[in-house]
Ligand binder design. Sequence first.
Ligand code: ZN
Length: 89
Amino acid sequence: MSLRVAVCGSCGKASFPPPFLCPACGAREWREEEAASGTLEAVADRGEVRLGAVRLPQGPLAIARVEGDAEAGAEVSLSEDGDVPVARA
Ligand SMILES: [Zn+2]
């Protein structure tokens, strides 16, 4: 499993999560690309959950639940738990 990134069918801008309209050109046609891993840029401890900002290979920043002890700068694998993005070291 990996994350599904929406790539605009008109201008090619990648978005995560999929927006209603392409923020670059306003189009509403998407193709999906997989993001199996990314770079953890920041981690925030929110008590019961660790949140991470993960830079996807296609460019967007995804907010994900961080499992394990991954720290900023680490390469993480990406999956989905229901609709929730999950990053693991
Ligand atoms: Zn576009």
